[in-house]
Write a protein that binds this ligand. Structure first.
Ligand code: AP5
Ligand code: MG
Length: 190
């Protein structure tokens, strides 16, 4: 099984690129952000717990997302691997993922990182705010907190995956098709 970590700051294009990636490589798409938003929409206890944190641009507790990923990895059938979109997002989550996969005799295949500068994050999220109506896109201070949270807690993962030779970065600037072609070129090698 392949285990791709789809990495990048808010608005980098992870969700946008995920569909074509799962289709081409027969993967199961697991986006912790999307899973959490459906828990919120369904009003589950987990959704109620996560709502305030997400709407202020903070991360939900590691254990919450780790549990969501573990149960889905163990139940998925008929796929050749997983595309983990927005997970892991802290060093602790990355370590738990490694342990989870080690128990199955598996490991992360590659960390596919889509990189854009902070100014582009603001532009893309401002654009998406009018289209998708996501609560965490609506206020500038929340977007800023997401960016700061990314730099403080998530960016250290670049070094984590570099150290074990799994880090693959692509330039996220360009058309959606150009970025997709860069991603396919590197995934074809794994
Ligand atoms: P999550 O849903 O993962 O949000 P995010 O990381 O902030 O990333 P986005 O979904 O905003 O961006 P994206 O990279 O998918 O960009 P997109 O393709 O949409 O997480 C939300 C929240 O949930 C977190 O803040 C946290 O609270 C919680 N959470 C989730 N996972 C967690 C975890 N593991 N641990 C703890 N908490 C967690 O593109 C953005 C826009 O740009 C779109 O409008 C798109 O059309 C456009 N666009 C895309 N590509 C291009 C391009 N090449 N050119 C021009 N425009 C483009
Ligand atoms: Mg997304």
């Amino acid at each position: 099984m392949k285990y791709y970590v789809l990495f990048g700051p808010p608005g980098a294009g992870k969700g946008t690129q995920a569909g074509a990636m799962v289709a081409r490589y027969h993967l199961c798409h697991l986006s912790t952000g999307e899973l959490l938003r459906s828990e919120i929409a369904a009003g589950t206890p987990l959704g109620i717990q996560a709502k305030a944190l997400i709407e202020n641009g903070s991360l939900v507790p590691d254990q919450v997302v780790e549990g969501m990923i573990e149960s889905r990895i163990s139940h998925a059938q008929g796929v050749e691997g997983f595309l983990l979109d927005g997970f892991p997002r802290t060093i602790a989550q990355a370590q738990v993922l490694d342990q989870m996969l080690e128990k199955r005799g598996e490991s992360v295949t590659a960390c596919v990182s889509i990189m854009i500068p902070d100014a582009t994050i603001h532009e893309r999220i401002a654009h998406r705010a009018h289209i998708e109506g996501r609560a965490d896109d609506a206020r500038e201070e929340v977007v800023e907190n997401r960016i700061q949270t990314y730099h403080a807690k998530t960016e250290p993962l670049i070094q984590y995956y570099r150290q074990n030779g799994k880090y693959e970065e692509i330039d996220g600037i360009g058309t959606i098709e150009e970025v997709q072609a860069r991603i396919f070129a590197l995934m074809d090698k794994h």
